[in-house]
Write a protein that binds this ligand. Structure first.
Ligand code: ADP
Ligand code: MG
Length: 497
């Protein structure tokens, strides 16, 4: 019989009339890795705070280690061995790793004088428990996000943790850091510690969890053994709809001249000897870990950080790309990282949002805005991205989420590029919006545009690209065709040293 550690029953919590959680129940057994999954705003953080005793539910029961807590306080939760690793880790930036891990523990022993040698010993022992080694004397403000997280986990261990809750722990981690976090989680589990892992990243959930609970709009949709789920099911439960999981097949057209041809492109210290071609209608993926040179390559194509040598040809003609103006003039567009998630001006019209970045090209000789040209520009964006709106004069907030995303992209496409480079287009985006965005990219490719998607999100690459190039330490080291590879193979290749 598995031993039950935590049992919350029929929890309800509202904020000013908005139901953050409604009738939610959750059981966690010892040594179990439980994933809590849901889109942004579904109530995950609220549930965690209730378990921590930080937020009091309006209704419902909480039992920890068999004990009923009618009004759970943070101190109760901590005494019962519940430790939460929040996204900011709550560490002291100006203290060292050792101090952050062990100071609390030492002070709790009630001595007036801190024994610094013991602080180091205790911190070392905590790290050994999960097989990690950090520089004890480094100041926390100077270490990586991943190491901060490991510091917070080590500290939790010293608080006699029985359940460690991690709120979206992989958000700021590289693939490799995710691998080592997972190893740590497994070793915690081996010590009988339970984990509640909060995420909306499907791969991670599928890989790490024993049990999975899905929240949607504050309600529990399902809670079951992790083996019951595959990608499609997770997505369905999270979003409440069947998500288009289709892939894109590039069919070579009659044109044999590449839209873009890059030969031996080199930027000293960033990347070297990069050669590839992009055909009209093709979506080419470029992947690599942080520091592989993938972003620098994109910046060179867009003229932000021009390359030192090599050639770039557009539609068969060599071009000079020394500035952003050059690349725009040759029909190359670039969407920087995170820009597809940045805000729109929701109260302003759809039209204004579309032309806001390019407004200066509509200024005529007399310095006046040419209204007719502006209208044309707006209409072009609406048409190209099939934005479904009564009129471009309506405010953006009147659109559905998917159409709002089209407006964001229309804004970036207002310079009418034929080649579009997107860097991490869906970092931090919900699964539902993500799949809509992928469909937009496929549509643009069908219209004959050539796209380059730079990403380390393997499922994203598999769903949008027909060909994927792998960069490592500034070089192209491999090329994959989507039909001939799998997500697992690609993940392995990506994370190989
Ligand atoms: P998640 O962590 O899944 O993104 P949250 O638990 O943070 O979701 O939020 C669930 C809902 O409750 C959201 O609609 C959010 O706006 C609302 N909410 C959360 N905390 C507060 C708060 N302190 N005051 C008002 N509304 C809140
Ligand atoms: Mg949250």
């Amino acid at each position: 019989m598995p031993e039950e550690l935590l049992c919350v029953n029929n929890i309800t919590k509202s904020y000013a009339g908005v139901k953050a959680l409604e009738d939610v129940s959750l059981n966690i057994n010892r040594g179990e890795i439980h994933c809590l999954v849901g889109e942004n705003g579904s109530g995950k953080s609220t549930l965690i705070k209730i378990i921590a005793g930080v937020v009091t539910p309006d209704a419902g029961e909480i039992h920890i280690n068999g004990k009923h807590y009618p009004k759970l306080r943070p101190i109760d939760s901590i005494r019962e061995g519940i430790q939460i690793i929040y996204q900011d880790f709550s560490l002291f930036p100006n203290l060292t790793v050792a101090e952050n891990i062990a100071l609390n523990h030492e002070l709790a022993r009630g001595q007036k004088l801190v024994n610094w040698r013991r602080v180091r010993q205790v911190a070392t022992a905590a790290m050994q428990q999960i097989g990690i080694k950090l520089d004890l004397d480094a100041r926390v403000e100077q270490i990586s996000v991943a190491d901060k997280q490991l510091t917070a986990i080590s500290r939790a261990l010293l608080q006699n943790a029985q359940l460690i809750i991690m709120d979206e722990p992989t958000t700021a981690l590289t693939q490799r850091e995710v691998r080592s976090l997972f190893a740590v989680i497994k070793s915690l589990q081996a010590r009988g510690i339970s984990i509640l892992f909060v995420s909306h990243k499907l791969n991670e959930v599928l890989e790490i969890s024993n049990k999975t609970m899905i929240l949607r709009n504050g309600r529990k949709v399902v809670d079951a053994d992790a083996r019951e789920f595959d990608r499609a099911k997770l997505v369905y439960y999270m979003t409440g709809r069947q998500i288009d999981d289709s892939t894109y097949d590039y069919r070579p057209g009659e044109l044999t001249v590449p839209l873009l041809k890059v030969e031996n492109l080199t930027s000293h210290g960033n990347f070297s000897d990069i050669s590839f071609e992009l055909m009209p209608g093709e979506i080419l993926g470029i992947t690599g870990l942080l520091g592989s040179g993938r972003t620098e390559l994109a910046l060179a194509l867009f003229g932000v950080q021009p390359a030192d040598s090599g050639t770039i040809s557009v539609e068969g003609k060599p071009v000079e790309i020394c500035s952003i103006q050059d690349s725009i003039a040759h029909g190359i567009g670039y969407v920087p990282e995170d820009r597809l998630t940045e805000g729109l001006f929701l109260d302003q019209s759809i039209g204004r949002n579309i032309v806001v970045r390019t407004i200066d090209r509509y200024v005529g000789r007399g310095g006046l805005l040419d209204g007719r040209e502006v209208e044309k520009g707006i209409q072009a964006g609406v048409n190209q991205l099939s934005i479904k709106a009564g009129s471009p004069a309506l405010p953006v907030k009147s659109l559905s989420g998917g159409n709002q995303q089209r407006v964001v992209l229309a804004k970036w496409l207002a310079s009418s590029p034929r080649i579009l480079v997107l860097n991490g287009p869906t970092v931090g985006v919900d699964i539902g919006s993500k799949s809509e965005l992928h469909e937009i990219l496929r549509e643009l490719a069908r219209q004959g545009m050539g796209l380059i998607v730079i990403s380390d999100d393997i499922p994203e690459l598999m769903q949008t690209c027909s060909r994927i190039l792998l960069m490592r330490r500034g070089r192209l080291v491999d090329e994959f065709r989507r039909q001939d590879t799998t997500e697992n193979q690609l993940t392995l290749k990506l994370t190989e040293a």
